[in-house]
Ligand binder design. Sequence first.
Ligand SMILES: [Zn+2]
Length: 291
Amino acid sequence: MPLPRGLPVVDHHCHLSSHGEGVRAVARFRAAGGTHLFLATQNYEPGVPLTLEAYVRQFELTCRLARQAHEEVGVRVYPVLAPYPIDLLAASEELGPGRALELHRAALDIAGRWVREKKAVALGEVGRPHFAIPQALNEVVEQAFHHALEVARDSDCPVVVHSADLSVEGFRELADRASDAGVRPERVVKHYARHRMETGSTGGVVPSYLARRDLVNEVSGKPGPWFLETDFLDDPGRPGAVLDLATVPRRASAIAENSPQGGDRLYVPFVESVERVYGWRPEVGPEGSAE
Ligand SMILES: [Zn+2]
């Protein structure tokens, strides 16, 4: 069975760079059957941003790449914006922790404003480094994360969380953390999830699974919400460091081909989960390109 007609094929987390393949990678995604991308911002300049202007330049570039991909390749790209939590470490060294936190909070405020202005669909990546950091910096990171959650609450938008791999307890702690800040856990996505989470075990936090073949096979057919992602980095210096951008459409095609209900199951990650977390459905036009 081919993919059902009109089914959006969605990679829920990737990066694109103006120094990497950029829109050419999106063309590969489209050729494999992909229709919609959630594009997380990233640092495009050497070193971490040390001024608010540098963050604005960064967010503008992300939005420009998104527009370009839609115009040139017909893939709908949804920007996801926030200062990267790990920026706080280098920025603290350069500016001192107080000013680094102030900058980070101001950049989060801008990301929130862009979400309210519909230039982006979510705040992300926010959260915590995936490695141990000194206690003093930990406090800065936690304060920044708390502010990110407050901005998401005030902007009424989903939050995409970067963190170490999480156990059931980790998911629940994240859910509590979000609730405490006034964000419904159902609007919190743990990106780069590497193990299947039992539905109902995460406190409401939504896993976005890395689209490794074994994991995709394990989760497909399971009730949502959950997403699939590659976390494609578009970094020519690190080929093969992450999954290629064509991976999600390839896995989707394999699922549709291998079982009669396969195609229908894909509505869970590509349509229902987007609707539950973001509040709207990705649409596919008559030509098969994203609306
Ligand atoms: Zn990422």
